[in-house]
Design a protein around this ligand. Structure first.
Ligand code: UT7
Length: 336
């Protein structure tokens, strides 16, 4: 750098958002007919009134619909994308990755790297964190990041403690490099594999014939299992801590936060974080009432709604925070 030349920081900037939720609506009243529950219990314990359910659509197709909307909003063509990362734990197949299917559906060029990230409800923030690093390193100029999950296929529909909580959907963003103040200020991802039994799926890869000793393979299906109460407490604790760290690092006070977009797992979790961070109701975004917990889709879906509802103005600081199976959690601060 020569004397007098302005020092510029390359940041990854979100230049377009998009989302997609399948049209079928499953209300709490519908669930009353399926398991022993009530609309009142679900509403007061979680804040959820309804969720969307996928019918005859693959994860990659749901993801591609959200991605197309994000590309349109960003004014970027699929052939201009040079990186595709999809956060999901409900892929179409074990392999290829959902990202490879999305690449094929959208017509993203051959040779462009496309891969999935498995971090459950933190999948989107994990994927965005990786894309942020690719952009800062100068490797990517136009990255497509998607968070998508179809939990309706891995929920145990007889387990009332989980089946009332989740829904399906996808959200996506397009990231580009930008010099200046706008963009991802910092992004942080965390995990603790020792606590995996708090929230996980049963095994989904069947044993081989040497393991079953010639007997036919037992049914092998990934069903969601969660210790609700423990997960609740860990979510509040870790999400608060992750917010405080990212705020401290970027010297942000509660009044500097334009909007907090937390993972939409439970309105009581979001309210607890709001209170602990001393934020007002207007500073926290929630659409859990309409969609339930959509896992990796929840943050980008909420972000897209917030953008379209004009809840974010140019220059606002948007804080993202997630928590999910793994355990995994993550946070990011973005200047819009
Ligand atoms: O996305 C990843 C992160 N996910 C989360 O962070 C979710 C964390 N957990 C939660 O959101 C909450 O713990 C739940 C919504 C799952 C449960 O709320 P809770 O206030 O922690 O309730 P609980 O688990 O302590 O259960 C209370 C009672 C139990 O009955 P008893 O034992 O007190 O008689 C449950 O059997 O509620 C019962 N119950 C239900 N009753 C009606 C559990 N599920 C239902 C249901 N309808 N669907």
């Amino acid at each position: 750098m020569t004397r007098g030349e302005a020092m510029t920081t390359t940041r990854a900037r979100i230049t377009g958002t998009g989302s997609y939720a399948p049209p079928k609506v499953l209300t709490n009243k519908d669930l009353e007919k399926m398991v022993e529950t009530t609309d009142e219990w679900i509403t007061t314990r979680s804040g959820i009134k309804q969720r969307r359910i996928t019918v005859n659509e693959k994860t990659s197709e749901v993801a591609a619909k959200a991605a197309r909307r994000a590309l349109k909003a960003a004014g970027v063509l699929p052939r201009e994308i040079d990186l595709v990362i999809v956060g999901t734990v409900t892929p179409d197949n074990v392999f290829p990755s959902t990202a490879c299917f999305v690449q094929s559906i959208l017509g993203v060029k051959s040779g462009v790297p496309a891969f999935d990230v498995s971090a459950a409800c933190s999948g989107f923030l994990y994927a965005m964190d990786i894309a942020d690093k690719y952009i800062k390193a100068g490797i990517s100029k136009r990255a497509l990041v998607v968070g998508v999950d179809i939990f309706s296929r891995i929920i145990d529909w007889k387990d009332r403690s989980t089946c009332v909580l989740f829904g399906d959907g996808a959200g996506a963003v397009v990231l580009k490099p930008s010099s200046g103040k706008k963009g991802i200020l910092s992004s942080h991802i965390y995990s603790d594999g020792r606590l995996w039994q708090m929230l996980y799926t049963t095994e989904s890869i069947p044993p081989n014939p040497f393991e079953t000793k010639g007997k036919s393979n037992p049914e092998c299906h990934p069903y969601v299992r969660m210790k609700g109460n423990e997960t609740f407490k860990a979510a509040v604790r870790n999400m608060e801590e992750a917010c405080l760290k990212v705020m401290k690092l970027n010297r942000l006070k509660p009044k500097d936060i334009g909007l907090l977009i937390p993972h939409q797992a439970n309105i009581r979790i979001m309210n607890a974080i709001k209170d602990r961070l001393k934020l007002s109701d207007e500073q926290v975004f929630s659409d859990i009432e309409k969609y339930g917990n959509t896992s990796a889709a929840s943050i980008p879906l909420a972000l897209d709604e917030a953008v379209r509802e004009k809840r974010i103005k140019a220059g606002d600081v948007v804080l993202f925070v997630s928590f999910g199976g793994g355990l995994t959690w993550a946070s990011a601060a973005v200047r819009w």
